[in-house]
Design a protein around this ligand. Structure first.
Ligand code: ZN
Ligand code: ZN
Ligand code: ZN
Length: 319
């Protein structure tokens, strides 16, 4: 667990936070570069200057970071408990200067540039030996946790492997030990051979509904051939992903009416990018239901939507 006191100080800060206003008030819109921290990376035309207008995407340090890059790692004991100071990095990727655009509406080249920015930041953060993992994720829409309406995603680099990823790594390693095959490669083989949970395949990537989705319309997007680490992807591969991701998001928006959603990139740990047992994937979860007492208390998820039906609806969409 991470306690980040910089982000919210008073109990009232937790009450019904509102998405910030659009257009002229939005700090992520073009022309408001002076209201953001200085950029780390940006897609820019020849004549534009850093931290000014004329960009296609920008990467910034988060103004309210969960973790900071400065400082030494200092694990310490406190009675029963272990604590560690929050060394890491928290960055924001502004995906487009256009407030009303989205990864579903941007041209494929613009989406590919955003994915290349993820890769470039991961490769750069990988140089810091204190960091073990970079989680890339997106909160889209207020219900999915976005505090700004402008299209953006985030990277958080951590000195430990996040628990959900650690569990996946361990499960995948057990499967590999038993069968000497990657579990995701096996799933792909099965679903592409006429499985009922495949949604769409293009450009070297497959979108499918997992066998046991926690949420309605939960979808995994993964490379059709074995790849452990996202940051090792070639530019052509990421262009293929951009095409499929845009296609999938448009299907989701049409079928579900532009739902709020989250995506999370699960990739191999920074120091373990050659894993035979782990296959990177993007988990997309539209926010259609809420997690309640039973789920919090048990870890079981109640999903009213069979994955075969969800996949069929998304697959059938042809507009
Ligand atoms: Zn904006
Ligand atoms: Zn694999
Ligand atoms: Zn995963």
């Amino acid at each position: 667990m991470i306690i980040a006191t910089e982000r919210a100080r008073r109990p009232s800060d937790f009450v019904a936070q509102r998405v910030q206003p659009v257009g002229t008030e939005c700090v992520f819109c073009e022309g408001h570069e002076d209201k953001t921290p200085r950029e780390i990376l940006a897609g820019r035309s020849e004549e534009s200057r850093p931290n000014g207008p004329g960009w296609s995407y920008r990467v910034l340090p988060n103004k309210f970071p969960v973790l900071w890059i400065e400082g030494e790692l200092e694990p310490a004991g406190e009675g029963l408990f272990d604590r560690m100071n929050g060394v890491g990095a928290h960055e924001v990727v502004i995906e487009t200067p256009v407030h009303s655009a989205s990864l579903a509406t941007l041209p494929v080249d613009a989406v590919a540039d955003v994915l290349l920015a993820f890769r470039e930041r991961m490769l750069d953060l990988k140089k810091d030996p204190r960091l073990e993992y970079v989680l890339v994720f997106k909160n889209h829409g207020e219900a999915a946790g976005a505090s700004l309406g402008h299209p953006h995603s985030q990277l958080i680099a951590t000195p430990i492997i996040p628990v959900m990823v650690a569990e996946e790594l361990a499960g995948a390693a057990r499967y590999y030990e038993l069968k000497e095959r990657c579990v995701w490669c096996d799933i792909l083989r099965q679903e592409r051979r006429g499985g009922r949970r495949a949604i769409v395949e293009a450009g070297g990537f497959v979108a499918l509904a997992p066998f046991a989705p926690r949420f309605p319309f939960e979808t995994w997007i993964l490379p059709a051939v074995h790849r452990a680490a996202f940051e090792e992807s070639g530019a052509d591969e990421l262009r293929g992903l951009a095409g499929l991701l845009g296609d999938f998001l448009r299907r989701m928006n049409r079928v579900l009416g532009d739902p709020p959603f989250n995506f999370m990139l699960h990739t191999a740990p920074l120091r373990d990018s050659e894993l035979e047992s782990f296959h990177w994937h993007l988990e997309v979860i539209p926010k259609l239901t809420s997690v309640a007492g039973f789920e919090w208390g048990s870890g079981f998820f109640i999903n009213p939507m069979p994955p075969e039906d969800a996949a069929e609806a998304l697959r059938a969409d042809q507009s």
